[in-house]
Ligand binder design. Structure first.
Ligand SMILES: Nc1ncnc2c1ncn2[C@@H]1O[C@H](COP(=O)(O)OP(=O)(O)O)[C@@H](O)[C@H]1O
Ligand SMILES: [Mg+2]
Length: 170
């Protein structure tokens, strides 16, 4: 999976994950951006929880990572779809035995591993690429409605409140 923003995407924030505090900040930013993009409170918590699980994994098992928040826009044959996307990327050792983790049969030190499985339950989709040179996890959630009709001067999307999201994250 490329970290390059795909066509029709606006990068909102790129942040390092180098400490426990960064992981907490990442969780908070996910919730703030989700709120700015129109998700209700329950959805904000679901997204923040999923992002936090994946960000914490990357920091814990790889030592350091980056988290990037994007707003993507695609057109299907019938409608336009916008999604809030988080990409967490690390250059750690990779996830051993991902199939057993996804099957719910992987035993961690504290019992069955639940972080990745919970993230999958909480989001529309969680896509994982992992190997000896690192792990990239992409979490997608479709926006409840098309965001603000105000035209934004600083991003490629025709309709977004990118400027507002950025100012919230500073
Ligand atoms: N970014 C990562 N890099 C390397 N290994 C990882 C990463 N994320 C997860 N893992 C591995 O996958 C396992 C399952 O992760 P998870 O489902 O979050 O459960 P837990 O963290 O509670 O063990 C972890 O125990 C760890 O071995
Ligand atoms: Mg975990």
């Amino acid at each position: 999976m490329s970290l390059d923003a795909p066509y029709g995407s606006a990068r909102l924030v790129l942040m390092p994950l180098q400490s426990e505090q960064d992981v907490v900040l990442c969780r908070n930013r996910a919730r703030i951006i989700a709120a700015a993009l129109g998700f209700d409170r329950q959805q904000q918590v679901r997204i923040a929880t999923a992002v936090s699980e994946i960000a914490r994994n990357a920091f814990r098992y790889a030592g350091s990572a980056t988290a990037e928040f994007l707003l993507t826009s695609n057109r299907t044959s019938t409608r336009r779809k916008q999604s809030f996307v988080t990409v967490v990327h690390d250059q750690g050792p990779g996830i051993p035995d991902l199939p057993s983790i996804l099957a719910g049969t992987h035993q961690g030190v504290t019992g069955v591993a639940m972080g990745i499985l919970s993230a999958k339950r909480l989001m529309d989709s969680v896509h994982i690429e992992t190997g000896a040179s690192g792990t990239t996890v992409r979490l997608d959630q479709e926006l409840p409605r098309i965001v603000s009709r105000r035209k934004c001067s600083s991003c490629p999307l025709p309709l977004c409140n990118y400027g507002r999201v950025l100012s919230l994250c500073r």
